[in-house]
Design a protein around this ligand. Structure first.
Ligand code: PLP
Length: 387
């Protein structure tokens, strides 16, 4: 198998697996228990909080553990509405992950005015539009850092500075960037930042929300007084420990990983563009995260491409993992205003530190033959329609 679906999820590092297995065996005390056994678990949770905080330049007190990116985002957006109960506008973008889009759609039903800022053909946010949608009535601004489908990176610091002028609470979805590229939230005027462990070789079901000091948000899961009363429920101790280990390794190794994975991604792109006709890289002119390549095979259907790739043992994805299986081009590519033929044939390859040069070379060598049945069908279809 050649696994190129790392924006969907990553393989947990051996160190993460080992720390979690040990925690499961030996650390089953409840961190809220007063006895010593519970307090050992508490101590380990606090070590992990420090590791996650360090990854993004936060203080440990600013980290709230959650069950993952989706929960962090829900807590951020809904929780932040408390800060400005009188404000009724929420500003976001047209290319957010569904974890953001579904939340704001619900809020629209509850009477909020949702503004979706557009992007250009390369996936860069329209800053003029962003500025014009920011009003004194804006309660929350929620924007991506790195796009999960195209890898296009936005300048979170700059965008947060623009948004800060409105006095709104600013949330950045850094699920696809944290653990991959250096982040220093102390330099961003953002109040809230979402992270997810399984995107950087940690476990699934563990995430965090950075809550800047003195930002008051409303918990969305209430119960016990865990996580400074911002997220009730007994902590997922082994998941949190795994996230901490993954964060520490990501922080110390991200530079080398970026170099290695970036070179592989570039080789993959160049190889595909050189050997397969009518291919195009989305967002190629924009700043992109080094592991992601969204390539369209114009004239082919992405679902069919994914199927033949899968039969050949290659795991890739069409846009967001959850949108594969549908024939509609993703909302991200639609927002980028790509031609239909390009958008329909888009496939996302996302790499990680575990990929090798041999895998990439094998893929480039085998791809023309893998796609041949589809290109032949497309050729016949265009002949029969006389095009
Ligand atoms: N935000 C982005 C940009 C993502 O890519 C994802 C997952 O794909 C999420 C949020 C949701 O994260 P999780 O799977 O941890 O709930």
């Amino acid at each position: 198998m050649i696994y190129l679906d790392n924006n969907a999820t990553t393989q947990p590092l051996p160190e993460v697996q080992e720390a979690m297995a040990q925690a499961q065996r030996e650390l089953y005390g409840n961190p809220s228990s007063i006895h010593q056994f519970g307090q050992v678990a508490r101590h380990c949770v606090e070590i992990a909080r420090g590791q996650v905080a360090k990854l993004i330049g936060a203080s440990p007190k600013e980290i709230v553990f959650t069950s993952g990116g989706t929960e962090s985002i829900n807590l951020a957006i809904r929780g932040a509405l408390r800060a400005h109960p009188e404000r009724r506008r929420i500003v976001t973008s047209a290319v957010e992950h569904s974890a953001v889009l579904r939340v704001v759609e619900r809020l629209a039903e509850e009477g909020y005015d949702i503004q979706y800022v557009g992007v250009d053909r390369e996936g860069r946010i329209n800053e003029t539009e962003l500025e014009s949608t920011l009003t004194a009535d804006t309660a929350v601004v929620s924007l991506l850092h790195a796009n999960n489908e195209t890898g296009v990176i936005w300048d979170a610091k700059h965008l947060a500075e623009l948004a800060a002028k409105s006095g709104a609470i600013i949330h950045i979805d850094a699920v696809q960037s944290a653990g991959k590229i250096p982040i220093d939230v102390s330099q961003w005027p953002a109040h809230l930042v979402s992270l997810s462990a399984h995107k950087f070789h940690g476990p699934k079901g563990a995430g965090a929300l950075y809550v800047r000091r003195r930002t008051r948000i409303e918990p969305q899961i209430v119960g016990g007084s865990q996580e400074s009363e911002l997220r009730g429920g007994t902590e997922n101790v082994e998941g949190i420990i795994g996230m901490g280990v993954a964060a520490e390794i990501a922080a110390s190794e991200c530079h080398g990983v970026a170099q290695k994975v970036g070179a592989l991604r570039d080789a993959l792109e160049q190889g595909i563009l050189a050997t397969i006709p009518n291919t195009h890289v989305q967002g190629a002119a924009a700043q992109r995260i080094y592991n992601t390549s969204n390539i369209s095979f114009a004239g082919l259907q992405s679902d069919a491409v994914l199927m033949v790739l899968s039969e050949a043992g290659i795991c890739a994805s069409a846009g967001a993992a959850c949108s594969s299986g549908s024939l509609e081009p993703s909302h991200v590519l639609k927002a980028m205003n790509l031609d239909d033929a390009v958008a329909h044939g888009a496939v996302r390859f996302s790499l990680s530190r575990f990929n090798t040069r041999t895998e990439i070379d094998d893929l480039i060598r085998d791809l023309p033959a893998i796609l041949e049945p589809l290109t032949e069908l497309a050729r016949r279809a265009s002949q029969s329609t006389g095009r």
